[in-house]
Ligand binder design. Structure first.
Ligand code: NAD
Length: 458
C-alpha cells in the first residue's frame, strides 16, 4: 500500500508535466487546478466509522469496528468491496477506496471509489453471528448506501452469502424502493451475474495473454525497434514455452491456472502452484483440472500428503510453500496476499514477468528493484479488475431486468479489458514508466478532465 501511495504521488507530478493536462488553461490557473486535483485525490470525500453492537450466541455483547470510506464520486456512485478481516483499519480501507477510484476510472466504469471493512476474523464467529454482523453493517451505514449512492461488493472474507444477507437487510429498511442493485456479487437467485465468480481469475489471465500474444504480434515491428526495456522482456518471452508458477489456489489463482493450462494462444506449462499449506511442483506441468477437483472436495485445500496425491493420481512433488516465489520460471501469478515479494526475497526472484492478481502483493522496495531489473509487472489495477467489471454488468442487468448468459458476460469482460489494454500498452511501451505508473497516470488524467468539466478544479 505504501508503494501505491508514492506511485500515485509520482503519477500526479507526471500529470502536471503532461501537455494533455488541461491544455486550455493558462499557467497560473493550470497550477491552481493541479493543486485542487491533488487535494481531491489525496483525501476521501467521507470517512464513516462505527462500532457495531452485536450480541453473541453466548449472551456476550461485543462492539466491532466497522468502516465505509467513500473516496470519490466524480464518475458515479461509490463502488468497492467490504472486507471482513482482523487487520482491517481506517488507513487500509482509505487506501483501498482510493485504489477503487483509480481502477474504475482506468477501466471506464461509471463508478467512483469506496471501500468497507469490519475488523473481525470471520472464522471466529458462528453463521448466525456473521448474519447479524452483516445486518448491523447495513443498519449502521443505511443512510449512505444505495443503488445510486454507494454499492458494496464482496472482498476478502466476504462472498455471495454476505451480499445476499446485506441486500436482504437493505430491502427490509427500504420498503417499496429499488433494492436489487444496492449490492453486487450476490448469488444468481438473488440477481447476481453469471460468471462473476470466475471473472477476476479469467481477467487476470486475459491481461497476460492479450499482452504476450495479441498486442505483441500486432505490434512486433514497432516493439523490436524500441529500446524500451520492458518491450525487450516481453519479446524475449515470445514464441517459446512459458514455465509458470501460481501463488494462491483459491477463487482467483485456480481460475488463472486453469486458463493458463488450456490457452490456445500461448505455449504455457504450469509447473508449480501453492496455497497456505503447501507447494506442488511438476517440471512436466501439473494437472490443474485434477487439482481443482481435489480442492472442491477438500474445503479449498491442495493435497498436502503423498497418499492424497497417489489416491487421486496426481503427479507432483510436495515442496515448501514459499519456495514457489523464487523458482526458475518465466511467469509468476500472485494470487494470494499482500506483500509477498519484499526486500527479503526480491533479489532471488527469477521470473521476468509477474502478474498481480492479489492487491498489492509486491512491496515498494521490491517493486522498484524489479522494475530496475526490467521485470515486466502487470499490476493489480489493470489485471484484477474483472470482478468489478462484472459487478458493473450485474448492476446493469439488475436495472434492465435482462440477464446475460455466461458467454456474453465473458465476451463483454474481455472486450472491456482489451479496450483498456489497447489504450495503455502503446503508451507504456513508448515511455520509461513501469506499467503501474502508466495506469495511474492514465486514471488521474481521466479524472482530472472529468473533474474540470464538472467545475471542481478551481
Ligand atoms: P481465496 O481466499 O479464494 O484464495 C486465497 C488463496 O491463497 C488460498 O488458496 C490460500 O490458501 C492461499 N494462500 C494464503 N496464504 C498463502 C501463502 N502465504 N502462500 C501461498 N498461498 C497462500 O481468495 P481469492 O478470491 O482467490 O483472492 C486472492 C487475492 O486476490 C486476495 O488478496 C484478494 O484480495 C485479491 N482479489 C480477489 C478478487 C476476486 O474477485 N476474487 C478481486 C480482486 C482482488
Amino acid at each position: 500500500m505504501q508503494r501505491q501511495q508514492s506511485i500515485i504521488e509520482e503519477s500526479l507530478k507526471a500529470v502536471m508535466e503532461n501537455e494533455d493536462f488541461l491544455p486550455d488553461l493558462k499557467y497560473q490557473s493550470r497550477e491552481q487546478a493541479y493543486k485542487s486535483l491533488v487535494a481531491l485525490l489525496s483525501t476521501p470525500n467521507h470517512v464513516h466509522k462505527s462500532y457495531l453492537r452485536v450480541p453473541m450466541e453466548d449472551g456476550q455483547i461485543v462492539r466491532i469496528p466497522a468502516f465505509r470510506i467513500q473516496h470519490s464520486d466524480t464518475v458515479g456512485p461509490y463502488k468497492g468491496g467490504v472486507r471482513f478481516h482482523e487487520s482491517v483499519h481506517e488507513d487500509e480501507v482509505a487506501n483501498l477506496a482510493k485504489l477503487m477510484t483509480l481502477k474504475n476510472a482506468l477501466h471506464e466504469l461509471p463508478f467512483g471509489g469506496g471501500k468497507g471493512g469490519v475488523s473481525i476474523n470471520p472464522k471466529d464467529y458462528s453463521v448466525k453471528e456473521l448474519n447479524l454482523i452483516c445486518k448491523k453493517y447495513v443498519q449502521y451505514f443505511n443512510d449512505i448506501l444505495g443503488p445510486d449512492k454507494d454499492i458494496p461488493a464482496p472482498d476478502v472474507g466476504t462472498g455471495e452469502r454476505e451480499m445476499d444477507w446485506m441486500m436482504g437487510e437493505f430491502k427490509a429498511l427500504h420498503p417499496g424502493e429499488p433494492y436489487r442493485n444496492s449490492f453486487t456479487g450476490k448469488s444468481i437467485v438473488n440477481g447476481g451475474s453469471l460468471g462473476r465468480r470466475e471473472a477476476t481469475g479469467k481477467g487476470v489471465y486475459f491481461t497476460f495473454r492479450y499482452m504476450m500474444h495479441d498486442f505483441l504480434n500486432n505490434n512486433r515491428d514497432w516493439l523490436e525497434g524500441t529500446d524500451n526495456v520492458f518491450a525487450k522482456t516481453a519479446l524475449n518471452h515470445a514464441d517459446k514455452e512459458l514455465k509458470m508458477a501460481v501463488q494462491g489456489f483459491g477463487n482467483l489463482g485456480s481460475v488463472a491456472a486453469l486458463e493458463s493450462g488450456k490457452c490456445d494462444y500461448l505455449n504455457n506449462k504450469v509447473v508449480a502452484v501453492s496455497d497456505a499449506n503447501v507447494m506442488l511442483y511438476n517440471r512436466e506441468g501439473l494437472d490443474i483440472e485434477a487439482l481443482v477437483e481435489f480442492t472442491q472436495q477438500n474445503d479449498g485445500d491442495l493435497p498436502a500428503e503423498e497418499q492424497q496425491l497417489e489416491e487421486h493420481e496426481i503427479h507432483a512433488e510436495i515442496r515448501d510453500r514459499d519456495e514457489l516465489l523464487t523458482m526458475d520460471v518465466d511467469v509468476l501469478f500472485l494470487a494470494a496476499l499482500e506483500d509477498q515479494i519484499h526486500e527479503g526475497n526480491m533479489k532471488d526472484i527469477q521470473a521476468e514477468i509477474i502478474v498481480e492478481g492479489a492487491n498489492g502483493p509486491i512491496t515498494e522496495e521490491a517493486d522498484k528493484h524489479l522494475a530496475d531489473q526490467g521485470v515486466l509487472i502487470i499490476p493489480d489495477i489493470l489485471a484484477n479488475a474483472g470482478g468489478v467489471i462484472v459487478s458493473f454488468y450485474e448492476w446493469v442487468q439488475g436495472r434492465e431486468a435482462r440477464f446475460m448468459n455466461e458467454d456474453e458476460v465473458f465476451e463483454r469482460l474481455f472486450e472491456k479489458m482489451k479496450h483498456t489494454m489497447d489504450t495503455i500498452l502503446p503508451q507504456f511501451f513508448g515511455d520509461p514508466f513501469p506499467l503501474r505508473q502508466n495506469c495511474y497516470i492514465h486514471s488521474v488524467m481521466k479524472l482530472s478532465n472529468i473533474m474540470y468539466r464538472q467545475g471542481r478544479l478551481y
